[in-house]
Design a binder for this molecule. Structure first.
Ligand code: HEC
Ligand code: HEC
Length: 301
């Protein structure tokens, strides 16, 4: 209602509503006036199939009564509830108000439960079947779009069950990831590496790190380049750095695909995965349960 830009629409709606109701009353009275002589039934003059005559009987009283009841009902309704333009009704009811009341009621019921879970350490929560069930439901609601219903992820969205962590897999790290989100920043290396051939060499070296067959000569050159450009984040042995979200390059688990083409693409163009923050959206209590659920998954293996 407050969206109306002028009072005109308030009056427009209110007046049309009232006139319509009054018109119904008038119509009913007009239809029933002149029904004094009950015994004489008028003939409308319409005849079908030879002898089927249409009569003009007065409306039954009980049926008329029902009409009047609906009119009285609408009068009371418009007095109590919003309906006449911007008039709020004397009960002050709003759908928004009802929604907020229901939310507050649910909060009051489940709030203490979440509160209790929040006070419990994640290492203890993963032994609490009910807590994990709540976590699972939260996960299904908020996380499956990106990480998949089985939490095994997809290209660009990490698998949360495999025990390989970009940002660290202990309870605190997982909770921090979900609370505040993460922004990975792997620059594009095509330029610094001197174009495609440089990228090729480093890619060959990465294959050797995860124990795959390589062209030794290229890998050797790649190693030298790796030591210049990559160790700062991925570490001297390629095992990564959870403070930067730099993945372990030796475990043959690839967020963006492990084929030579895909690895070369990651190196040449860079990668910037983003995990959105959930603290404000879900609140810490729910994030705490989610962290427990996710941590629990990684312990199942
Ligand atoms: C500034 C830190 C930084 C440097 C330097 C860096 N990387 Fe990365 N790298 C990252 C981060 C962070 C990611 C994860 C990106 C993401 O999750 O979106 C990553 C991802 C990758 C991936 C994809 C891994 C996968 O699982 O799919 C490859 C391959 C890679 N880096 C290779 C290299 C190579 C080769 C170099 C050196 C030429 C290098 N990186 C230098 C931070 C860095
Ligand atoms: C819009 C997509 C999206 C949604 C929704 C999302 N995530 Fe993520 N999440 C990502 C991406 C992308 C990354 C990887 C970021 C990177 O490249 O470093 C990630 C990373 C993570 C990580 C870190 C994994 C690691 O290896 O360190 C955890 C844990 C995680 N998400 C849990 C969750 C949970 C729990 C939810 C639900 C509340 C969720 N995510 C919702 C996209 C999403």
């Amino acid at each position: 209602m407050a969206d109306f830009t002028s009072d005109f629409w308030h009056w427009y709606i209110a007046i049309i509503s009232v006139i319509s109701i009054l018109a119904c009353v008038w119509l009913l009275r007009w239809m029933t006036s002149g029904f004094i002589k009950k015994d004489e039934v008028e003939d409308t003059g319409h005849v079908w199939d030879g002898d089927l005559t249409e009569l003009n009987n007065p409306l039954p009283r009980w049926w008329l009564g029902l009409f009047y009841i609906t009119i009285v009902f609408s009068g009371f309704y418009l007095l109590l509830y919003p309906g006449l333009g911007t008039f709020a009704g004397i009960l002050d009811w709003t759908s928004q108000g009802q929604y907020e009341e229901e939310v507050a009621k649910t909060e009051a019921e489940v709030g203490p439960l979440f509160e209790r879970y929040q006070q419990t350490a994640i290492l203890d929560l993963i032994k609490d079947e009910n807590a994990l069930k709540v976590g699972e439901r939260l996960y299904a609601n908020y996380c499956t779009t990106c990480h998949g219903s089985d939490a095994r992820g997809a290209r660009g969205y990490p698998n949360l069950r495999d025990g390989a962590w970009l940002w660290g897999g202990d309870p605190e790290n997982i909770k921090a990831t979900i609370m505040h989100g993460r922004q990975a920043a792997m620059p594009a290396w095509e330029g610094p590496l001197g174009g495609e051939s440089g990228v090729d060499e480093v890619a060959q070296y990465l294959l050797s790190l995860s124990g795959r067959a390589t062209i030794a000569e290229l890998a050797e050159k790649g190693k030298a380049k790796y030591e210049v450009f990559c160790i700062a984040c991925h570490g001297p042995t390629g095992t990564g750095n959870i403070a930067l979200g730099a993945p372990n390059l030796t475990d043959d688990i690839w967020l963006y695909g492990g084929s030579l083409t895909r690895i070369s693409q990651s190196i040449a163009k860079g990668r910037n995965g983003k995990m959105p923050p959930h603290a404000e959206f879900l609140g810490e209590a729910k994030v705490h349960l989610l962290a427990a659920y996710v941590y629990g998954l990684s312990q199942e293996r």
